[in-house]
Design a protein around this ligand. Structure first.
Ligand code: ARG
Length: 734
């Protein structure tokens, strides 16, 4: 899920004119140039005028309109965490390869390996329905701040959370009712100072139309991930279907292609350095008002712990994947998502430290404290933050070990879900159908585990997680007796006690033993659960954490919420003139970001060009490599310079990737990059390494969004995929 900005000269001018006072508010407000994930319905004159100044040629109502068709109608939520866009009047969707990755892997087998070889449906009837994939269209937005804040009153902490859940579900129920084709979300803006209702139409018949081979769609793999210069053809093509009478529907052979209100024309005209670029999409989360305490917790505890545990898990998964094509398909999607944020959090820490974001936050906080002196609502906010972090920090590593280590073993994660069954059986007064339902759910979860995970890799992960927990987690927080017993029972010198222990868990749990499972299903008893060796790990680690430390975490997060709301309200009061130039943190609601195509200097003496080319792909080619291999046909086409109508005049080559200054983040993956007229010029798919701290601090000089050029996408479809009929469906702007 990709990501990210710029605009220096203007900034400096303002500072010089208005002097020191404004410099302070500017650092705190982080609110201009190409920074900003704007709410398209509330652009405001100032922001819109700035877009026009930078080159935008559209009217505000062409970007977003409640009643008329506008660009927003072509932008969709793709699956659970990506963006897609409609590009034809028959519901054709472009998104990233890494967004369709799970569906592509699921549609593949060792014999028909679409992930490896690519796939193009020759007509509608060959498109592949995707189970569990839906897309959502934004239907309307409503400001519900008054209603929500009235319901919340003066509450705080856990009570406020509970009331927020109550009022949110009351509001969403009113609009959704029993429909499975509508979705509604009450989204918090500015850390709970405003609330908006988002209503979506959900389409559940979405089919795979085509994908390049993984060697193209994920070219450069994890080595190039989060980095520029980039040569990844990160795109995939889907289609949305609707019922014959034009309604959202579940999959049915009778369904027809979706008829959009608006679809994006595709430009073959390209761009040059400095051209306007605009991105619509669904950025997932940022925390640009994070405090110095939060930065410290990330760099000192959370990030390094996550990275260390993911290193370990990835190593064991990869060992099995490279041995066997079926295992590779089975684990590919899970592996990619673990690897993606493994590299992200490692990079985030490095950039936070390199640019001393902690020190910058400290300065900002000093300014806030100076202003807040004598103001009862605000003067203790930062001190309270400090206390909240100090109270939680001793347990933070333990929590990461649970989530990324112990539960990183998916056998233990699946067994953890048996806690429901255990509670039910202990109650004794359950109804037979309740038990039947719970056993059925557990059976489905078990099948899911066995289908989607590799036992060998998972067993190694358990052994290592338990070993690393022993040495890394503070001894005073260990589950009582667990390690004493383990060392007593597994004391042979032949193998590590952890490995012997894990081997027994995997050999004896009813999760992996079909006979035991059948016996349990025939007669479920609480004893069978409690005595199961995988569930014993759940009891020792998961329950232990939940009983002793989860309450402290809940306390920490609710305090953090309360403080965040006050802190941000204070910041706005401190800078009244800047308030209408502020944008809320990303929260997976639709945003627009504007900027320009722009080269940059990553470090002293180095200049990065704004685009990469097909020749550059060839020069990275490593035959047979896991990340840098290429299909034979690709090499032939590229060497023959068979560019069709897609060559870029400036480079006299196909442009593959390009960078823009837009402010985006994970969730924006698959987002359309639009030119000044609203034509599609690329798909956003990543952020650059030099600005990986972008969730917590936006870097105006270094932040870039990495995009795949739409002309490369079309070249891959037509020349490599031989699917000219897809091109014919588009509205090309030449
Ligand atoms: N970093 C990109 C994102 O978060 C793409 C991730 C997929 N690629 C990979 N090599 N794991 O959107």
């Amino acid at each position: 899920m990709a990501l990210n900005f710029l605009g220096l000269p203007q900034t400096i001018l303002v500072m010089k004119k208005i002097g020191l006072l404004i410099i302070c508010s500017i650092t705190i407000l982080r609110s201009f140039a190409d920074e900003g994930m704007w709410l398209p319905l509330l652009l405001g004159q100032q922001v819109y005028q700035d877009m026009v100044k930078k080159g935008l040629k559209l009217k505000p109502e062409q970007l977003y309109s409640a009643n008329k068709n506008s660009i927003k109608d072509a932008i969709i939520i793709f699956g659970g965490g990506c963006t897609g866009e409609i590009v034809s009047d028959k519901g054709l969707v472009f998104t990233n390869h890494h967004c369709g990755y799970g569906q592509i892997a699921a549609a593949s087998s060792v014999e028909a390996n679409y992930l490896r070889d690519g796939f193009w449906a020759s007509d509608l009837s060959k498109e592949i329905p995707s189970k569990n994939l839906s897309v959502s269209f934004l239907n309307r937005i409503e400001d519900v701040t008054n209603r929500v804040l009235t319901a919340l009153g003066n509450t705080s902490g856990a009570e406020r959370n509970r009331k927020l859940q109550e009022i949110s579900s009351a509001i969403t129920k009113e609009v959704v009712g029993e429909s499975t084709f509508k979705n509604a979300v009450v989204a918090s803006m500015f850390k709970g100072n405003q609330y908006f209702l988002y209503v979506y139409d959900v389409y559940r018949d979405v089919r795979l139309v085509g994908t390049p081979p993984e060697s193209v769609g994920k070219f450069g793999g994890d080595t190039d991930n989060w980095e520029w210069p980039r040569h990844t053809g990160d795109f995939a093509v889907f289609r949305v279907y609707m019922s014959k009478d034009g309604q959202p529907a579940n999959f049915s052979a009778d369904n027809v292609p979706y008829k959009p209100k608006h679809f994006l024309p595709v430009s073959l005209k390209g761009f040059k350095d400095g051209d306007y670029a605009m991105i619509f999409g669904y950025p997932g989360s940022t925390n640009r008002y994070e405090t110095s305490y939060g930065i410290q917790l990330s760099t000192e505890v959370n990030n390094p712990t996550l990275v260390k545990l993911r290193d370990m898990r990835l190593k064991y998964m990869f060992e099995e994947m490279k041995k066997d094509a079926a295992v590779k398909l089975q684990l590919a999607s899970e592996y990619a998502s673990i690897a993606n944020y493994w590299k992200f959090y490692d990079g985030e820490s490095k950039q936070l430290l390199k640019y001393d974001i902690f020190g910058q936050k400290k300065q900002t906080e000093q300014q806030f404290n100076d202003w807040a002196k004598g103001k009862a609502e605000y003067e203790t906010v930062l001190k309270e933050y400090e206390d909240a972090y100090a109270a939680w920090k001793p347990y933070a590593k333990h929590r990461m070990f649970l989530i990324e280590g112990i539960l990183g073993c998916r056998l233990i994660q699946a067994a953890s879900a048996w806690q429901n069954l255990e509670a039910l059986l202990k109650r004794r007064d359950y109804k037979p159908e309740e038990l039947e339902r719970a056993v059925k759910a557990a059976d489905a979860a078990r099948t899911n585990y066995l289908n989607n995970y590799n036992l060998k890799a998972d067993q190694q992960i358990l052994a290592s997680a338990i070993m690393m927990y022993y040495s890394d987690v503070d001894k005073s927080q260990h589950p009582e007796g667990f390690y004493d017993n383990l060392f007593r029972q597994y004391n042979s010198l032949e193998a590590s006690p952890y490995k012997q222990f894990a081997a027994d868990v995997f050999a004896e749990s009813m999760m992996t033993d079909a006979k035991k499972w059948a016996a349990f299903q025939a007669k479920p008893t609480v004893d069978a659960i409690i005595q199961d060796p995988a569930f014993k790990v759940v009891s020792a680690f998961v329950k232990h954490f939940n009983n002793k430390y989860a309450p402290a975490f809940a306390e920490f997060t609710t305090r953090n919420n309360d403080l965040g709301r006050r802190y941000l309200k204070g910041i706005m009061e401190m800078n009244p003139a800047q308030v209408n130039k502020m944008y809320p943190d990303a929260n997976f609601t639709m945003r627009v970001s504007y900027g320009q195509v722009k080269s940059y200097r990553p470090r002293d003496g180095v200049m990065y060009d704004y685009a990469t080319t097909l020749s550059g792909v060839l020069s990275k080619y490593v035959p047979g490599d896991y990340e840098f291999d290429l299909p034979k046909k690709f090499i032939e086409l590229a060497k023959a310079r068979d560019f069709g109508q897609y060559a870029d005049p400036h480079y006299n080559d196909i442009v593959v990737g390009f960078i823009t200054t837009n402010d985006i983040t994970g969730g924006n993956s698959g987002s359309p990059v639009l030119d000044a007229q609203g034509n599609l010029i690329g798909l956003a798919f990543d952020g650059n390494y030099e600005a990986l701290s972008h969730k917590l601090a936006f870097d105006k000089e270094l932040n870039r969004t990495i995009n795949v050029d739409i002309r490369y996408v079309l070249w891959c479809i037509e020349k490599l995929g031989g699917a000219k009929h897809i091109i014919d469906e588009l509205k090309l702007v030449k």
